[in-house]
Design a protein around this ligand. Structure first.
Ligand code: ZN
Length: 428
């Protein structure tokens, strides 16, 4: 059974490693020279500390990343055995180095903003390039991507449309605060040119690799017991989950070059049949930063390289405090308690309440700080009632309390958190 639907879905990318190819599903063989620009940009001490505490605290990386006093021997092409290794030389001093990266940290971005306009406390985001990534697709794809349910003739609860509605409110708020807003997606149409039909062969191969000898071509609805063994179901997942996020990553890394990406999601717990969804009494909030790669994940050549690019770029130096500040603002606005993971997919960031480290496809592939937001449980009675109330100005009484519309509350909280994060530190 799926547990946290929104998150469990994205995990597939990380764990369904094609054993023989040593690549993640739909992953590309990485460029063996990918890490060369990072020679002598990190000390051994920092490299090892980040691996052990944030990126791969469960271990399992040691056969692939061999540490010596002044260098690491990193397997970049496991097909070639030891001939597929590269040497990453460590920096000899703690002197700060500037690892190659397209994004600017908050200090650099602040200087860029100040160069263009005098510091204005009403425009604390001046100089920031912020990309909005409303999660999922919604629209005509919502039922296929299993981000849709309804009760009787209620308005459908559709995550991909809700995230777009939040982004539509968030963009003008961020622009008013001075930011340049970029869109990873702005409509319900996919970024990927792939479709389930074009991915059927890859899906069939994956199913057979998983031991399904004769996968059925199709499935007959939610109740079909062989649904998850069918080529269509697997090909649909390849389309909306893997190919789509990979296409968004290409847009972020090759075109948009933002200083940070906001991955906007609503959470849910397993609801079963979308026509008769189960409700849960819980409602909660958490944010994710990239990290906690499992032993099965660091085995894949592409996943390991993608992890190391993030480590060497020191993405965490921006990502962790950003997530912490956003979480504080979102908790204040929503009053939601923190979510608690009960398995090892995610690990709580030390000293944090709401922020967990987890390897998701989007926060691994986007080569810049990512704030991955997971407020509200859509199949709780309270959130369902708020979604039914739709979008509105001001406040209305819903489920016994006066509140703003759920998408405006979300957008306001994120804008407030970003303004607080980028405001200059008070002078002593
Ligand atoms: Zn989601």
């Amino acid at each position: 059974m799926r547990w946290l639907i929104c998150l469990g879905a994205l995990l597939l990318s990380a764990v369904s490693v094609q054993a023989q190819a040593a690549l993640a599903a739909l992953g590309q063989r990485p460029d063996p020279a990918r890490l060369e620009p990072y020679q002598e940009t990190i000390t051994r001490e920092e490299f090892e500390r980040l691996l052990r505490t944030l990126y791969a605290p469960q271990g399992g990386w040691e056969p692939f990343i061999r540490l010596a006093a002044d260098q690491a021997s990193i397997l970049v092409d496991s097909r070639r055995g030891d001939a597929g290794r590269m040497v990453l030389r460590f920096a000899r001093s703690e002197e700060p180095t500037r690892p190659p990266r397209f994004w600017r940290d908050s200090g650099t971005a602040r200087l860029a903003g100040l160069a263009n306009e005098k510091w204005n406390p009403l425009r604390p985001l001046a100089g920031r390039r912020i990309a909005l990534d409303p999660g999922h697709l919604g629209g005509r794809w919502a039922q296929m991507e299993e981000r849709w349910f309804r009760i009787g003739d209620s308005a459908p609860v559709c995550e991909g449309d809700l995230t777009l509605a939040v982004a539509a409110h968030l963009a003008p708020r961020l622009e008013a605060l001075g930011a340049e807003v970029l869109w990873v997606r702005a409509t319900t149409e996919p970024r990927t040119p792939e479709r389930p039909e074009t991915l059927a062969a890859a899906a069939r191969e994956t199913l057979m690799g998983r031991g399904v000898a004769r996968p059925p071509a199709d499935y007959a609805g939610y109740e079909d017991p062989r649904k998850e063994e069918s080529v269509r179901w697997e090909a649909e997942r390849f389309f909306y989950r893997l190919a789509e996020i990979r296409a968004r990553a290409t847009r972020v890394n090759a075109r948009l070059h933002p200083d940070l990406v906001l991955c906007i999601h609503f959470n849910a717990e397993a609801w079963g049949d979308p026509a008769k969804p189960d409700f849960v009494p819980r409602n909660h909030l958490h944010l994710l930063v990239n990290g906690n790669y499992g032993p099965g994940e660091v085995r894949a050549d592409d996943v390991r390289l993608e992890m190391l690019v993030r480590l060497l770029q020191r993405v965490h130096e921006e990502e962790l405090p950003l997530a912490e500040t956003l979480a504080t603002a979102m908790a204040r606005a929503t009053g939601l308690p923190p979510y608690e993971y009960t398995d090892d997919r995610a690990r709580r960031v030390p000293f944090s309440t709401y922020v967990w480290a987890r390897n998701l496809l989007a926060n691994r592939l986007y080569e810049c700080p990512v704030a991955y937001l997971e407020p509200y449980v859509m199949n709780s009675a309270e959130v369902f009632a708020r979604v039914q109330a739709g979008d509105y100005e001001g406040e209305r009484e819903i489920a016994g309390r006066k509140r703003p519309s759920i998408v405006r509350e979300y957008a306001d909280a994120v804008a407030t958190g970003l303004a607080e994060y980028f405001a200059p530190a008070p002078t002593p």
